[in-house]
Design a binder for this molecule. Structure first.
Ligand code: SAM
Length: 349
């Protein structure tokens, strides 16, 4: 168990960044680089040697990288995923006994007073407000959502491999003016899904795409300056409130509803149901996220345990159909055996 605590601390202190790749560093130089006590750094470094996270260097008192430790360097893309696994996962899980003692042995039913918020010391705030108090962590989280390695990060949008073929959207977009909103990505993060839409769905113009998210996430997206997203509309919007873009052909909700209990997920869907155009039967709300698998598998249920801490949950087909119908929507469920993701196509009932 202490292995996790030790590499977490060394990640936080950027210890792995100070070990030259292909070389070694003395624990005394490492301590100086981190402004930490040498004996403390040597003890922790040697513990990480014992667990295989680091290796002894070729000179006495020196250490070097192991096969895995470059993954903990801040420049490595996996490092953000490690930070989120710890921040969203372990930090909350360790606080479970105190949390359930204080709030009762039940799932969180609102967006405040979740195990995550409790563990981070702000029980009265929703998890996203807590993250916003820690800009470095919020930025790390936003970057992880760009990873194709996490579930849902590499969903095919067109062709035989796609769970749901979005090619119709290209034809639809061609019938609209170039400045008319066609695709709205609600809680779209740094625009990773819209970028894929623009790449593979021919006919959709960037100026027809709207990226909605929280202010700090849109700032991060703007600062990233991705040329593919230069002409999209970035709009600060709270998806619990009325949807300001009415009549779009598609409203994407990718990896959003799993963060919420049913009542709030129904609320988010209802805001979009109200925005769907009454005169366009093709218009859709499309939910894309990890589905709850039965029989349970470790990776899938691990994600569900992370969602438990955030106040949300993974849903299976019946869970999805239930929230869609509560929001006044008809739904078609698209999934394949062995694929952990699902696409739920929703339209006005
Ligand atoms: C799990 S991420 C998914 C991001 C993106 N949809 C994707 O699949 O890559 C959830 C996103 O919802 C955004 N978000 C959280 N609360 C929100 C709110 N109340 N209104 C709008 N966006 C919100 C977060 O900032 C984050 O970008």
């Amino acid at each position: 168990m202490c292995d996790i605590a030790a590499w977490r601390l060394f990640m936080e202190w950027k210890a792995f960044d100070h070990i030259p790749v292909g070389g070694s560093v003395s624990t005394s130089d490492l301590a100086k680089a981190m402004n930490a006590q040498e004996s403390l750094v040597a003890r922790i470094a040697n513990f990480l040697v014992a667990t295989g996270r680091l290796q002894l260097g070729d000179k006495p008192g020196h250490i070097r990288h192991s096969r895995v430790s470059p993954l903990y360097m801040s420049s490595h893309p996996v490092s953000d995923l490690n930070a989120v696994a710890l921040g969203n996962g372990f930090k909350s899980w360790l606080a479970w006994p105190e949390y359930f003692k204080k709030y009762g042995r039940r799932e969180a039913s609102d967006i405040t007073h979740t195990p995550f918020s409790f563990a981070w010391g702000h029980p009265e705030l929703p998890p996203w407000e807590v993250k916003a108090l820690y800009p470095e962590y919020a930025a790390q989280f936003a970057r992880t959502m760009k990873s194709r390695k996490i579930v849902g990060g590499d969903m095919k949008l067109v062709g035989p491999e796609a769970l749901y073929d979005f090619s119709w959207l290209g034809e639809e977009a061609k019938t609209r003016l170039t400045e008319q909103p066609v695709a709205v990505d609600v809680g779209g993060g740094m625009g990773q899904l819209l970028k894929d839409v623009l790449t593979v769905i021919l006919g959709v113009e960037a100026s027809q795409c709207v990226l909605q998210d929280r202010k700090e996430v849109l700032e991060e997206a703007a600062a990233a300056g991705d040329p593919a997203l230069k002409d999209i509309v970035m709009m600060e919007h709270d998806f619990h409130e009325e949807q300001p873009v009415k009549g779009a052909s598609i409203y994407f909700l990718r990896r959003i509803l799993l963060d919420y209990p049913d009542a709030l997920a129904v609320g988010i869907l209802s805001q979009l149901a109200d925005a769907l155009p009454a005169d366009n039967p093709k218009a859709r709300i499309v939910i894309m996220e990890e589905q709850l698998l039965t029989p349970p598998t470790p990776q899938n249920r691990n994600v569900d345990m992370m969602m438990l801490s955030l106040g949300g949950k993974l849903r299976d087909e019946w869970g999805m159909r239930d929230i869609a119908s509560q929001a006044g929507l008809s739904a078609r469920y698209h999934a394949r055996p062995g694929n952990p993701t699902c696409v739920v196509e929703c339209w006005r009932a």
